[in-house]
Structures are given as structure tokens and as C-alpha cells.
Design a protein around this ligand. Structure first.
Ligand SMILES: Nc1ncnc2c1ncn2[C@@H]1O[C@H](COP(=O)(O)OP(=O)(O)OP(=O)(O)O)[C@@H](O)[C@H]1O
Length: 440
């Protein structure tokens, strides 16, 4: 039976200082149990309890499900935010996966700063995820299945029920005569997960009664190993980074092939990307590191692309951030963040950088398409060369101009003669395309 005291302790352990706890409420059995249990103990939570429902619009009854969620929340006195999403009929991935991606994107968008999204995944879900990943040939990262928490949008996502078996949630609902919505897709054995749940796990449990518990413990040990490995990879990645923070090919070349792949994969994960499948990663990393100096190797996969330029690796989103629709120069004095269509610009103190006086007097920020004067374009061309700005980046990064003189290329460096010690480093943070969401 679901122990609410343990649930609260677990939730507070995962998100002790949330601005709000927002239960992801599908109306199904598990999230119904979670929502009711938390509503009963809401006075023990340090922040308000609310709920979120995503209507994928994929089932003829989906609007009715949303209404049912509304009436449950009304009865419980819990505010509900309902959001309709459009699931694109996408190539290469099933409808379920596309719905899942749209759902997580919506979750990410609707979380306010510090919000905690509470999901009802439990121990049996974790065991199923582990088996599915194993059957797809996953490695350590995949077999770690679902983390108990991770950042999401401006807040975080947590799963406080990962150690609770499904039977405990069912018993809780039955003890209170509570009803829930049954999505027919959850019974269709054409879905791998349902097949495992209904046909495979019962067979395993007949032989090993606590099969699910053991699989869940296996995941917990793998997660601990992955955390340990992550510490080592942090160090290897730090060593491999060039002064500009990008991995240097010469440093990666010193490592054994399996280490290179692990470091590149770690770099992708730390940058918020889903890495490509193992074999593709291995072949791509080999080409990026070993092909000759005149080659232009690249590793391209669904979420992004890695390219090599002047001995360093560059990570590009599969869908580039939008170009600035307004290429006219904007005045900037280096204070605060300047939000542009493709990202945000800011200035940070560093041991050497642009003279703060220069910024204080005001510079203009412009993209290459907005630089019209021939002399300015020539100067800019020389600065790109000098700073080693790859050709594909030249239209994407903002430039700082003083009159017709380019004084800095954001994220790459400053023109000779503008240097001050200490000075200001111009940081360019491109907006992250929505397609890059971690897989759990
Ligand atoms: N449409 C949705 N709206 C809000 N949250 C959802 C939705 N679908 C899933 N979730 C959240 O993700 C968790 C896991 O998703 P999954 O697809 O296993 O859920 P489900 O089987 O539809 O519903 P439940 O887990 O509540 O029985 C749910 O427990 C719930 O917290």
C-alpha cells in the first residue's frame, strides 16, 4: 500500500525548495493515485500543489478525458492547467514517441522558474523501461532507464514513486474506491511496452516473484555506476577542452578509442543533446578524430551535427536557431542580457577581454547580413579569419561594431587593439531548439 509519509519524504528529498509541485495528471491509474495521495498531505508540502494535463488529441475521447481530469481536480480543490498539443505525424518514430516528445516539450514550456513537475512512474515502469532498453541493445546510459530527477525547462522533473510497485498504487485506489481512465493504448500488445507488461513480466514473476524489484535494484546500481563514471568523464572532458571550451582533436587523439567515444558522448549529454546510437557515434568520432587535415568530417544524427574546424569540435543543432529577423544594428552598453531572436548576448569579466570603456560608450550589435559597408565587410572577413570563426557560424553569431570597425565576434573573441586586462568576455548563448530534449 502507498505510504504517504514516505512519498512526501521522497518528494522533498528530490525537490526540497520547489516554487510549486505540479502533478503530471493523465487521469490514468498511477497519476490518479499520486494526485490523490499528495492532495491528502498537501499541508505537509512547503509549496502549493497543482496539476497539469496534456491533451494529445489522438483519441476520439481525449477531450472527455481532459474534462474528467478537471472534475477530479475540482473535487480535490487542486488547480489544473490543461494544455492541448499537436502531435506531428513524424517519420521514423511511432506516434507514441511523437506524443511523448510533444508532451515533454509542453511540460518544459509550462513550468515556471523553480516549479517541480511530479510524474507517477513507478517500479514496474522502471523495470519495463530497463528491459525495453536492453532489448534495443542499449549501453549503460540506456540501461540506467529513468532518473529520479532531472532539470526540465525552468524547473525540474521528479519521479518519487520509482521504488513503489504498481500493485501498491492499485491497492491505494481500491481502498478509497477511486476510479481512473483506461486508455485503450495501454492494453494493446502491439506496443512493445504493453507486450512486456502483459506477456513477459508475468512469466518472469512466476519464476522469480520479485523480478520487478530485482530489475529496479539493477537499475539503481547502474545509475550509481553512471554517476561515478560521470565524475571521471567530467575530468577527461575538462582536459580535452581547448581554451574556448570546445573539445580539441589533438587531446582526444591521446585517448583510447573507447575513451574518445565516452568523452564525446558525455560532452553531448552535458550540452543537453541526445547522443546518436552507439555504432554511429563510434564511426563518427573515428572520422572526426582520425581523418586527414583536408577532410571535412562530420557526424550527423537526428538531433544535431558535430563538425571539425581548425582542430576543434563544434556542436550544431539539427534545427538551427532562427536567424535574427531584424538585422538592423542595435545599440548595447554591455549591461544585462541582450535578447536576440537566436539567443542571448551578455558580457562577463575575465582575465583578458574587451575594454569595458569601449562597451560603456556603446557599441552596435549586428549580424553579418546587416553589415552593408564594403570596408566594414572586408575588416570583418579578416577578423573572422584571425579568430578562427568557422564558415557555417559566420551568419549565426552577433558582431559588435564601433562605428564601421568590428571590435568583437560574440563567443569567439575581440579585435586586436581592443584588449584590456582584465576585460569583458562577450558570451553568446544560442537558444536551444526544442527538438533537443533528453530521452527521459
Ligand atoms: N497526458 C498526460 N498529461 C499529464 N501527464 C501525463 C500524461 N501522460 C502521461 N503523463 C505522466 O507521465 C507518467 C507516465 O506516463 P505513462 O504513459 O506511463 O502514463 P499513463 O499510463 O497514460 O497514465 P498513468 O501512469 O497515470 O496510469 C504518468 O504517470 C503521468 O504522471
Amino acid at each position: 500500500m502507498l505510504d504517504r509519509r514516505v512519498l512526501v519524504a521522497r518528494l522533498l528529498g528530490l525537490a526540497p525548495a520547489a516554487a510549486a509541485y505540479r502533478v503530471a495528471f493523465s487521469g490514468g491509474r498511477d497519476s490518479t493515485a499520486l494526485l490523490h495521495a499528495l492532495a491528502e498531505v498537501r499541508d505537509r508540502l512547503p509549496a502549493p500543489l497543482a496539476a497539469v494535463h496534456i491533451d494529445h488529441g489522438l483519441h476520439p475521447e481525449s477531450a472527455r478525458w481532459a474534462e474528467a481530469c478537471e472534475s477530479v481536480c475540482e473535487r480535490l480543490g487542486v488547480g489544473l492547467e490543461c494544455r492541448r498539443v499537436v502531435v506531428p505525424p513524424s517519420a521514423g518514430q511511432g506516434l507514441e514517441a511523437a506524443a511523448r516528445e510533444a508532451r515533454y516539450r509542453a511540460f518544459g514550456e509550462l513550468l515556471a522558474a523553480g516549479d517541480c513537475l511530479v510524474l507517477a512512474h513507478h517500479a514496474d515502469d522502471q523495470a519495463e523501461t530497463f528491459l525495453l532498453r536492453a532489448l534495443r541493445g542499449g549501453g549503460l546510459h540506456g540501461l540506467c532507464a529513468m532518473p529520479a530527477w532531472r532539470p526540465l525547462g525552468r524547473g525540474r522533473l521528479v519521479r518519487p514513486l520509482l521504488e513503489v510497485p504498481r500493485t501498491a498504487l492499485t491497492a491505494y485506489l481500491q481502498s478509497r474506491s477511486l476510479d481512473w481512465i483506461e486508455d485503450p493504448a495501454n492494453r494493446d500488445p502491439a506496443h512493445d511496452r504493453v507486450y512486456l507488461r502483459e506477456r513477459v513480466l508475468p512469466v518472469l514473476a512466476a519464476r522469480w516473484p520479485d523480478a520487478t524489484g530485482h530489475l529496479q535494484s539493477a537499475v539503481a546500481s547502474l545509475q550509481a555506476d553512471q554517476a561515478l563514471l560521470g565524475g571521471y568523464l567530467d575530468r577527461d572532458l575538462a582536459t580535452a577542452r581547448a581554451a574556448d571550451g570546445r573539445p580539441a582533436v589533438a587531446e582526444l587523439r591521446r585517448l583510447m578509442p573507447y575513451q574518445r567515444q565516452a568523452v564525446v558522448r558525455h560532452w553531448l549529454v552535458c550540452s543537453g543533446y541526445r547522443p546518436p546510437p552507439g555504432r554511429r557515434l563510434a564511426a563518427g568520432v573515428q572520422a572526426l578524430i582520425e581523418s586527414g587535415p583536408d577532410a571535412q568530417p562530420e557526424l550527423r544524427w537526428t538531433d544535431g551535427c558535430i563538425r571539425r574546424y581548425r582542430g576543434r569540435l563544434y556542436l550544431l543543432a539539427a534545427v538551427p536557431p532562427p536567424a535574427d529577423p531584424e538585422p538592423r544594428p542595435q545599440a548595447w552598453a554591455g549591461q544585462g542580457r541582450l535578447i536576440l531572436a537566436g539567443g542571448a548576448l551578455s558580457a562577463q569579466w575575465s582575465p583578458a577581454g574587451i575594454d569595458p570603456e569601449r562597451l560603456a560608450h556603446g557599441v552596435t550589435v549586428v549580424f553579418r547580413s546587416g553589415v552593408l559597408e564594403v570596408a566594414a565587410r572586408r575588416r570583418l572577413q579578416r577578423l573572422y579569419q584571425r579568430l578562427g570563426v568557422p564558415p557555417w557560424e559566420r551568419d549565426r553569431v552577433p558582431l559588435l561594431f564601433a562605428g564601421s570597425r568590428p571590435v568583437a565576434v560574440a563567443g569567439y573573441g575581440i579585435a586586436p587593439g581592443e584588449r584590456a586586462r582584465p576585460g569583458l568576455r562577450i558570451v553568446w548563448q544560442p537558444s536551444r531548439p526544442a527538438a533537443q530534449s533528453p530521452s527521459n
